[in-house]
Design a protein around this ligand. Structure first.
Ligand code: 13P
Ligand code: SF4
Length: 359
């Protein structure tokens, strides 16, 4: 037994909320400003042999630009695989810092730049590397599985990295081998995987400021108003919300479910940045945001990640014009360990057909 707790100290919770509140969203632009920035970004991408890799939660203008320039809009597993396989010399990663770090860990020979180096993730912040290492040391009989939403140093301490696209399969595989698990940092995703696989898991108690706010009671009421709708939910959401879901899955799995389900109306419990790609995939269907607790004056995120919202056309151009100020660095001593757990995840995912060999 250990006397170390996986509870997040109140001071750290307060700090995370403060950082979320302080994050400044990208500025609103008029059509002429957007057009000018897009022209300049396209020219820089060609000049610098660079490619954009954009998460589904990022502003639609960046998603469209990535599509138009041969880049990728995707979930965190596919972003990692795409960046590692792409021949470009510079990867412009639009998302939050752990996504840029993952790209750099997998491709140390490439320059990895981000529109802002201040785009945090509450899960990453909730799991400081030193405290996490002490927790692992106190439980040496357990295999260490961490979510991709963690720092490079936490990945370096892990045996496996997972994302919400492959966590069920990887933990199921470890359980079949008889391994007991340390899981960090998302308590909701961890509990979901634990219930699905029956694995013996010690759970770190972090959560996502966006998904933690989805509200089950209000969702029941919304479903009462739209009985024909299917409810689709990202597994970072609380148990009571997941239990109401017709489909639970990662961002790309939710988009595929929107296509597959016969329902013409979908209630979507994940960051509303996903609506751009989801609506493209099902142009004739009605998409409704799942309700969050509190109104816009009370909730921290109101279904949009405050750090994803920092990415905009202006800072994409700034990153390309001043790459040194926007570059991701991962110390080699950390990288050589972190790449082991990431490579293990990618190899397993390829074997299982969860990513295609060239993606
Ligand atoms: P996905 O891997 O499903 O894209 O999720 C990443 C994330 O940060 C969700 O909040
Ligand atoms: Fe992290 Fe949540 Fe933002 Fe995803 S949505 S990057 S888990 S804070």
């Amino acid at each position: 037994m250990t006397d170390l707790s996986t509870e997040i100290p109140a001071a750290l919770v307060a700090r995370i909320q403060q950082l979320a509140g302080e994050s400044a969203p990208a500025s609103k632009l008029n059509a002429a400003q957007e057009a000018d920035l897009i022209t300049r970004i396209k020219a820089e991408l060609i000049k610098q042999n660079a490619v954009m890799i954009v998460h589904f939660y990022v502003d639609a203008a960046l998603q469209k630009l990535a599509d138009d320039t041969g880049g990728r809009v995707s979930d965190s597993l596919d972003m990692a695989a795409f960046g590692a396989a792409h021949p470009a010399q510079t990867l412009v990663v639009c998302g939050v810092r752990f996504m840029g770090e993952t790209a750099k860990i997998l491709s140390p020979e490439k320059r990895v730049i981000m529109p802002t180096l201040k785009a945090e993730c509450s899960l990453d912040l909730s799991c400081p590397a030193t405290e996490f290492a002490a927790f692992c040391d106190a439980n040496p009989d357990r295999t260490v599985v961490v979510y991709a939403n963690t720092s490079a140093a936490v990945k370096a301490r892990a045996d496996w990295v997972v994302t919400s696209s492959n966590a069920l399969q990887i933990v199921g595989h470890l359980k079949a081998l008889g391994e007991k698990i340390i899981w960090a940092p998302d308590r909701h995703l961890g509990r979901y995987i634990q219930e699905k696989t029956g694995a013996d898991m010690l759970l770190w108690q972090g959560d996502c400021v966006v998904h933690n706010e989805f509200a089950a009671e209000a969702l029941v009421e919304l479903k009462r108003q739209h009985p024909e709708a299917a409810i689709i939910v990202h597994p970072e959401s609380p148990k009571a919300v997941v239990e109401l879901a017709d489909v639970v899955g990662s961002t790309s799995q939710l988009i595929r479910a929107a296509v597959r389900l016969p329902n013409e109306t979908l209630i979507v419990a994940t960051d509303n940045g996903i609506f751009y790609k989801m609506q493209q995939a099902v142009p004739h269907k009605t998409l409704i945001e799942a309700p969050t607790s509190g109104g816009s004056t009370q909730c921290i995120s109101c279904a949009h990640c405050p750090w994803m919202a920092m990415n905009g056309l202006e800072n994409v151009l700034a990153a390309l014009e001043h790459p040194a100020e926007h570059e991701i660095h991962v110390p080699e001593t950390i990288r050589v360990n972190a790449v082991r757990s990431l490579d293990r995840m990618l190899a397993f995912s390829r074997d299982q057909g969860l990513i295609t060999p060239r993606s």
